[in-house]
Design a protein around this ligand. Structure first.
Ligand SMILES: [Zn+2]
Length: 151
């Protein structure tokens, strides 16, 4: 982490990247130059819910640098098919709110095939992921990101 601003030292995500907060289940799945990918805590969503977190402390797309934007969208282009396959998801929802923590992070939420609810109604449900399913999904995505890199 290169930023040493006051915001960064008080920021949960910055501290998490430095290993000073509880680490994500199964650790980080993927790391780029500008972003890290991890599974969400089990109580924060269904199995396969991922966070893409910027390494640099900034708020949102307005403050995103060109090279960060390029890496983010290439990363999403690769993650979406892997997430769909790993979670048997028909859609991947992506949300960036930054109301809880003012550090850029994107929620990637798989909406399972055949789910009773869709869209906002799906997001309003209080899903809790199982540790076993989370490890399986995270492992598949991690392998997929690695193998694609080797091509
Ligand atoms: Zn931060």
């Amino acid at each position: 982490m290169s930023s040493t601003s006051i915001e960064a030292t008080n920021c949960f995500i910055c501290r998490k990247h430095l290993g000073k907060e509880k680490q994500p289940p199964g650790g980080y799945i993927h790391g780029g130059h500008h972003f890290l990918v991890c599974h969400a805590p089990l109580k924060m969503g269904t199995s396969g819910t991922l966070f893409v977190e910027s390494k640099r402390h900034f708020l949102d797309y307005a403050e995103m640098r060109q090279e960060e934007a390029a890496e983010l969208f290439e990363m999403l282009r690769r993650l979406f098919p892997l997430m769909k396959k790993a979670s048997d998801a028909e859609r991947i929802y992506s949300l960036a709110m930054m109301d809880g923590i003012p550090h850029f992070h994107l929620w990637l939420i798989p909406r399972k095939r055949g789910a009773r609810f869709k869209g906002v109604r799906y997001l309003m449900r209080n899903y809790v992921a199982s540790g076993k399913a989370t490890r399986a999904v995270a492992s598949k995505i991690k392998r997929g990101m690695k193998s694609e890199k080797e091509l």
